[in-house]
Design a protein around this ligand. Structure first.
Ligand code: SF4
Ligand code: SF4
Ligand code: SF4
Length: 316
């Protein structure tokens, strides 16, 4: 156990996050960095070993996929960090900076997955984790498909894997499976017993491509949709659509561009989230900024982040 005066972790590091003061004297929760919620079994074993040696009776799995070591005495910080480092496990971060991205399992084993969310989460973690925003926290989430299990639209930027379908009517045998499986009813069977597609209800899930037995439906585009300006907490917002079919390779520059806009527009406004900044400035300002760099992916128009009212009720 190291002496308190010798510990290398100073107060500014504590504020930078990962070490969260608990109720008990000298005790902290140590939040671990788990991008995309995935880790090797060998690393998990090492974490269990460290938790057993330095922590309490249990660990906690945070809602953002972190493992949190509970009841760590601050005098053990150095030893904990050093031991975790043996399995390359790092400590996470809090405060006004880019947080650890969350992601669902993506496309490797999930039959619904349309895109490699794990790869994107790792890339964002590696290149942008801890970037100061100057204003408030900044959360990113990746969903492998529009089912959106990670609730990506409640993040500052939420990405969803998406496929735009294209029909080769000459290959259609009129089985009706595409219309039957298109839950939003973007495909209906016409009078000639051939599918009729409507663009607006389509959520880009790619189910028609998967079920068509002849390959009449195929992918025209694949990439991420990006919804921006979401958050949860005391005053929730749902982010709205700014980009469609953004290529995987453009995710990091896209986030960097949003951060650049956020920093400049929130200048002098203190602790304000991205979504509130978009509402104050109007979404066209951010759309115009992004369009310069990502002309192929930015939508023609969008709406501001949507307020979710959670405080309305009838008192007894
Ligand atoms: S969002 Fe889609 S790909 Fe990801 S876990 Fe849910 S169903 Fe699977
Ligand atoms: S699933 Fe394919 S073959 Fe069947 S109706 Fe649709 S397009 Fe035609
Ligand atoms: S991508 Fe999904 S929503 Fe769009 S037409 Fe195909 S099945 Fe329907």
């Amino acid at each position: 156990m190291s002496d308190a005066k010798q510990t290398k972790i100073d107060l500014s590091n504590l504020k930078a996050g990962g070490f969260i003061k608990e109720r008990g004297k000298d005790l902290f929760t140590v939040r671990l960095r788990v991008p995309g919620g995935r880790m090797s079994i060998s690393r998990l074993k090492k974490i269990a070993e460290v938790a057993d040696r330095f922590g309490g009776e249990f660990v906690h799995l945070s809602v953002r996929q972190s493992i949190e070591l509970i009841n760590i005495n601050f005098r053990d910080f150095d030893a904990v960090v050093e031991e975790l480092g043996e399995s390359s496990q790092k400590v996470a971060s809090c405060g006004a900076r880019v947080r650890v991205p969350v992601a669902c399992g993506g496309c490797e084993y999930n039959p619904n997955g349309l895109i490699d969310t794990q790869k994107s989460a790792l890339e964002v973690d590696e290149k942008l984790f801890g970037t100061p925003t100057g204003h408030h926290k900044f959360k990113v989430a990746f969903a492998g498909c529009p089912f959106d299990c990670p609730k990506s639209a409640t993040n500052d930027i939420g990405f969803q894997g998406a496929v735009y379908p294209e029909l080769d009517i000459s290959a259609c045998i009129s089985c009706g499976l595409c219309a039957k499986n298109c839950v939003p009813k973007a495909i209906v069977m016409g009078d000639d017993n051939k599918p009729v597609f409507s663009n607006d209800p389509c959520i880009w899930c790619g189910d028609c491509v998967k079920v068509c037995p002849t390959g009449a439906w195929s992918e025209k585009r694949r990439g991420y949709t990006a919804r921006i300006g979401g958050k949860w907490g005391r005053n929730p917002l749902v982010g709205t659509l700014f980009a469609t079919f953004l290529p995987e390779g453009q995710v990091v520059p896209f986030i960097s561009s949003v951060l650049e806009w956020y920093k400049s527009k929130a200048e002098g406004k203190g602790r304000v989230r991205l979504g509130d900044t978009i509402i104050a400035e109007g979404p066209d300002s951010l759309l115009g900024h992004l369009r310069q760099q990502f002309p192929e992916s930015i939508v023609n128009a969008t709406i501001p982040p949507q307020v979710i009212v959670t405080q309305i009720g009838i008192s007894k």
